[in-house]
Design a protein around this ligand. Structure first.
Ligand code: FES
Ligand code: FES
Length: 158
């Protein structure tokens, strides 16, 4: 066991943990941030995606010791209070979530995409979202949500 401290959603949080414990378990069990989901535990579904120093990363494959002292953003850290991000609002408007299990990972991934590339082409959106599985097969509305957020931001609506 060792003590690890990470900056999660702009708050410094510490925990005692075995060093090889997945970040996903620490977020959900120690910090109560259950928005990030466990899907496969093997890096195949990306439901567990969080931002680590702004990079979308599978938290099920990331050990707590490897992120000690780093900055992590989860789905809970995107909105400002009740103010959703443009992307979150676009997911609501385009019905980009069905059961919602994949949605946190999708939104976190697309947040990073729109930050590095505010006007992505359809192909660039598909490429970025490609590692993410949606068991409800809601891909069409998910892609439309990302496109809507990009369009609104280009139009200055967001
Ligand atoms: S739970 Fe992490 S990739 Fe599936
Ligand atoms: S909305 Fe159900 S898994 Fe994607």
């Amino acid at each position: 066991m060792a003590r690890f401290t990470i900056r999660v959603n702009r708050n410094e949080l510490s925990t005692e943990s075995p060093p090889d414990r997945p970040l996903l378990d620490v977020l959900r069990e120690d910090f109560g941030l259950t928005g990030t989901k466990y899907g496969c535990g093997e890096g195949q579904c990306r439901a567990c995606t969080v931002l680590i120093d702004d990079q979308p990363t599978a938290s099920c494959l990331t050990t707590i010791s490897s992120v000690d002292g780093m900055s992590v953003t989860t789905i809970e850290g995107l909105a400002s209070g009740d103010q959703l991000t443009a992307l979150q609002q676009a997911f609501i408007d385009m019905e980009g979530a069905q059961c919602g299990y994949c949605t946190a990972g999708m939104i976190v991934e697309a947040t990073a995409l729109l930050k590095r590339n505010p006007k992505p082409s359809r192909t660039e959106i598909v490429d970025a979202m490609n590692p993410h599985l949606c068991r409800c097969c809601g891909y069409r509305n998910i892609l439309a949500s990302v496109e809507l957020a990009a369009r609104r931001s280009e139009a200055g609506d967001a």
